[in-house]
Design a protein around this ligand. Sequence first.
Ligand SMILES: *Cc1c(COP(=O)(O)O)cnc(C)c1O
Length: 383
Amino acid sequence: MIYLDYAATTPVDQRVLDVMMPYFRENYGNPSSVHRLGQKAETAIDSAREKVAAVLHCKPEEIIFTSCGTESDNFALRGAMMARRNASGETWILTSKTEHHAVSKTAEQLEKEYGFQLEWLDINKHGGVSPESLSKAVCNNTVLASLMLANNEIGTINLIADLAKIAKANHILFHTDAVQAAAYLDVNVEKLGVDLMSLGGHKFYGPKGVGALYVRKGTKLLPHMTGGGQENRQRAGTQNVPYIVGFAEALRLTAEEREARTAHVKPLRDQIIGRVLEEIPDSQLTGHPENRLPNHASFVFKDVDGNLLLQMLDSAGFACSSGSACKTGNPEPSEVITSLGHSLDWALGSLRITLGVDSTPEHVDSFLKALPELVEKVRKLHN
Ligand SMILES: *Cc1c(COP(=O)(O)O)cnc(C)c1O
């Protein structure tokens, strides 16, 4: 099997697994316990927090460890909206239709079930949000804007530093979902200028089921997990020590090896984009042609059943994706793809190929040899 689905998840780096292992059976203490085993676990969490803070250029106490990227997004949105409404009565949230469901469904729930007001920002044809569309949507009742650093389905990178500047000038909070971006982009919160930022371990060779939320000092969030005083009294529950240790090491390695990893995947990605558009009739790139994640190629093909194409690719030995992993098996077109303005005959035929550390030129070559025929085959079955 040739794995071309690194945006869905990545294998755990052996070096990450090695630092995690002692925290399952040797140093298994509860970080809240007073005895030495507990202190050892607490020290491990502290140094993990410092490692993460060093990559993000923030203070360790501004990091909250969570159970996944989805939880970080939920906590940022729900926590900030609830806290600000309680404090000042403000109720507006601004986000976009190209966000991951962890953000968009949370925003919808805040509107439908909790009485907040939601505005979807205009997106451009590459699925990005322009600073102008944010400025024109801000009103004096706005609490928060949430816009992702890089899109998981179409790879487009948003101009977060510019967007966050507008938020700051208007005294609104700015959250960015950097879960997909962190594998390749700088997640320095000072440069980005964000108040809240979500990360998830399994998108950068860390374990699944662990994430982090950066919370700028002074930003109030209403806790959604109540109980003990863990995570600076902001997120109750005994910390998942081995996973947090693994998350921090994976992020450290990602920052350290960012340039090398980028240099490895980018030419392969460019080869895929170039050859697919050249060799497959009625094909279009989705997302921004240049300003996109270096490992990310995504397309729509006219009159192609995307799910059938994925199954055929799977039978031929290639693991790819159509939009986000959660939508596989669902015949509805992806909201991200339709929000780009594609009609149904194009939108149902989306394909995402994402590369990673184990991708090779041979993988790409055999994929590019197989794809045109498979697309043709699916088209014939379709019509
Ligand atoms: C994967 C992903 C998430 C969800 O993260 P989990 O850790 O899988 O819950 C959220 N946002 C984006 C952009 C993602 O790519």
